[in-house]
Each structure stands twice: as C-alpha cells, then as structure tokens.
Design a protein around this ligand. Structure first.
Ligand code: NI
Length: 264
C-alpha cells in the first residue's frame, strides 16, 4: 500500500466528490494519506478530515504565501491542535519567493517559518517544508535553527542534486511527486535516480501537479503509481520496491518522532 505524504483534500476542488473519492483510496492501493494544511481555514478542515477518516493524518501549519493568516493567537491555537493524536506534522511551512517579491513580505515569511520550526521542535513533531525560488534562504534558516534536530521533508523538491544532498546530510527526506514524470524535468529526474531510496517520500500535492499521463487535470493520490513507476524506471528497480520503501520512510518520519525528538 502506498503512503501519500502530501495532499490537500480540504481544497474546494474536491467539494463535489470528496467522500466518494476518499472511500475509493484503499481499493486503489492508497493506504495512508497525510493531509497538509496551508491556510487557516484549510488547517481546520484538515483536522476535521483526520478525525473523520481513520487512514488520514493531518499536518497543521501556514504556507508562506498565506502568512497573513498568522498572528500570536492563531499560533497558540495551532500549538494546541498539534497535540491531537491524529496530527503528525507541522506544515506546510517555509519560503515562497516566486509570488512575493517585496523584502518586507519575505522578511515576514522568514519570521513565521522560524517560529513554526520552533513549534515543531517544542511539540516533538516533524516538519513539511515548502520552498520555492528561495533555495539559499531556506537552507540558511534550516541550518541556523539546527534543523538537524527537527526531522522533516522538503516537499515537492525543485532544487539541484547538490542541494538535496545538503538536506539529506541533516537527516531530511525529499518529497517527489508528479513533476518527476514530466519530460523536461531533468534536474528532478537526476535527484530521483541519485539520492538513497531511504530518503524519498511519494507525494502528489493534490489537487495540483498531476503526473503524466494525467498532466493538467485535477490530481488525486490515485495517480501515485505513475510517480512510483517513473522513480522505479530511473533507478532500475521495481515499482513495488519503490512503494514499499517509501511507505516505510514515511512511517519512520511521521509516526516515530513524537516524543523522541523532544530530547534531541
Ligand atoms: Ni502542498
């Protein structure tokens, strides 16, 4: 069974058929889903989904493009919610310089990224990091905050192999999704074929980034076999091995760190 490490089933694109779709996951080989919060309303819906479905776990956190949702009160509320048993991570948090070009906004992103990293450390939870067009600053922050003591995944990895190796040295996992199936994704194909299989997590970022041959359509976790197949092809191993190993990896990251990292 596949472990889907990053999806947004709280998204309105699933409003029409969410129940039907989620109840079809098991029969399509999807065993566990990590639903990831990104804005405040999404975090609340993530908590509801995790409570409603046994196989769904949740991550609470505010995406860098939505940090206008954050203040001390919201932060405290998230801290309280992060202690719920079905909440397994803080995320998605990080930096996104693609849309936000103003230095003041970027400074604010960095501030709340650090605060949410500290939240993860305090609560003994792993982090799900989003980083787009901000390679240097993300690495600087993760290093500066002693990120090697806070387990996590760099989701939808879009940087170089050298950058992936820097994160792996600190114990991080690399999230790989639909983009690896795109013909022009040379850099990600290189990452997917070179880093240790023990460091890869499968993800979709549903409803976004559907893999070939579904590219451009609404994405769902049911497309994950295409991603596993491409990683297997690149590495010359079986799809089953990719599925099995990445499931183990995700379980190690999300289900084993609570409490243990508190002493780290
Ligand atoms: Ni996402």
């Amino acid at each position: 069974m596949i472990f889907e490490s990053h999806a947004h089933y709280d998204d309105e694109q699933f409003d029409a058929d969410r129940k039907e779709l989620l109840s079809s996951m098991r029969e399509n080989g999807i065993g566990t889903i990590m639903n990831v919060g990104s804005d405040l309303a999404g975090v609340q819906r993530t908590i509801d989904l995790a409570q409603e479905y046994e196989f769904i776990y949740g991550a609470v956190g505010i995406h860098p493009s939505d940090i206008s949702d954050l203040n001390e009160e919201v932060y405290e509320w998230m801290q309280e919610k992060s202690r719920l048993s079905k909440i397994a991570a803080i995320g998605e948090i990080g930096l996104d310089y693609y849309w936000d070009k103003e230095e003041e906004v970027r400074r604010n992103q960095r501030y709340w990224f650090c605060r949410q990293m500290e939240l993860a450390r305090e609560e003994g939870l792993p982090v799900i990091i989003h980083s787009r067009d901000a390679a240097e600053d993300t690495l600087k922050i993760v290093r500066g905050i002693h990120g090697e003591q806070i387990p996590g995944v760099i989701h939808c990895f879009s940087y170089s192999l050298e950058m992936a190796e820097e994160y792996i040295k600190m114990g991080y996992y690399i999230g790989i999704g639909g983009v690896v199936t795109f013909k022009n994704s040379k850099k990600l194909k290189e990452v997917a074929s070179s880093i240790p299989l023990e460091r890869i997590l499968l993800e979709t970022d549903s409803p976004y980034l559907a893999p070939e041959p579904e590219r451009g359509k609404r994405n769902t976790s049911r497309n994950l076999p295409y991603v596993a197949q491409e990683i297997a092809r690149l590495r010359g191993i079986s799809k089953e091995e990719v599925i099995e190993k990445t499931r183990e990896n995700a379980q190690n990251l999300f289900f084993k760190v609570k409490t243990s990292s508190k002493t780290a």
